[in-house]
Design a protein around this ligand. Structure first.
Ligand SMILES: C[S@@+](CC[C@H](N)C(=O)[O-])C[C@H]1O[C@@H](n2cnc3c(N)ncnc32)[C@H](O)[C@@H]1O
Length: 225
């Protein structure tokens, strides 16, 4: 399906998510920005309808994740506004695992299982998943880590692209190891340059993880080839 057509077909789903977020989180919505929640501490938090509108999760994904034994992993999930809304759409709570490096994620674990880890470090043994999502968390995590490690972009674009591709490939390798056959990994938020994705794909192929990548400025989808 062409992208514009696919976006139009998701519009009723986005509207349904918007109605639910207004019911569940009424007082917590940022009234000046239809994509944001009110901010908390020093992080930006996004509305569930923003994630639906960017294609992070679709109506078809919800139907699949509602079937017996399906599993969704959300990495960088805190405070899980999107994930806590999914049971209202029919996804059982037991099908969802939340993850974040922020230990505050455990405050969401009263209703949905949660685990604390840094997505750039080795991931714990948490089983396998049909969908792995990074809601506005993948690029921020990589750019924060590169800054912490002094990997500031230099004038040499090809060197910094290669470095960024190395970080991305390392994260995706861990996700691909936990992805079930036919599963998909998706991220939204500001994305890397297409060169970075090309280098990342080549690196993963070399390491025995051939992938199919769909990328746009604010969206990334990765499947096993
Ligand atoms: C911009 S917030 C988005 C939060 C939420 N997913 C949303 O859409 O509103 C980014 C989230 O990614 C998490 N995060 C950042 N770096 C991370 C890392 N290295 N490993 C795991 N989580 C990370 C942060 O703790 C934060 O909860």
């Amino acid at each position: 399906m062409k992208r514009k057509k696919a976006e139009a077909s998701q519009q009723p789903f986005v509207e349904e998510v918007r109605r639910l977020e207004e019911r569940l989180y009424g007082g917590q919505l940022n009234e000046e920005d239809r994509s944001m929640m009110k901010s908390e501490r020093y992080f930006w938090h996004f509305r569930p309808s923003h994630h639906a509108a960017t294609g992070l999760l679709t109506q078809e994904d919800i139907a699949l994740l509602s079937q017996p034994d399906r599993r969704l992993l959300s990495v960088g999930a805190y405070p899980a506004f999107l994930e806590r809304l999914l049971p209202e759409l029919g996804v059982p709570r037991a099908h969802i695992l939340l993850a974040d490096k922020d230990p505050a994620i455990m405050t969401c674990a009263d209703t949905i299982e949660a685990v604390t880890f840094d997505l750039l470090d080795p991931w714990p043994e948490i089983g396998t998943f049909d969908h792995i999502i990074f809601p506005e968390s993948l690029c921020i995590a990589i750019s924060d880590r590169m800054r912490e490690e002094g990997k500031v972009p230099s004038g040499d674009r090809s060197a910094s692209d290669a470095e960024e591709a190395r970080y991305l490939a390392a994260v995706l390798k861990q996700a691909l190891r936990r992805l079930r056959p036919g599963g998909v990994i998706r991220a939204n938020g500001p994305m890397s340059h297409p060169n970075v994705f090309r280098l990342m794909g080549a690196r993963l192929e070399e390491d025995g993880f051939p992938i199919v990548v769909e990328s746009r400025r604010f969206f990334l989808s990765v499947r096993g080839a």
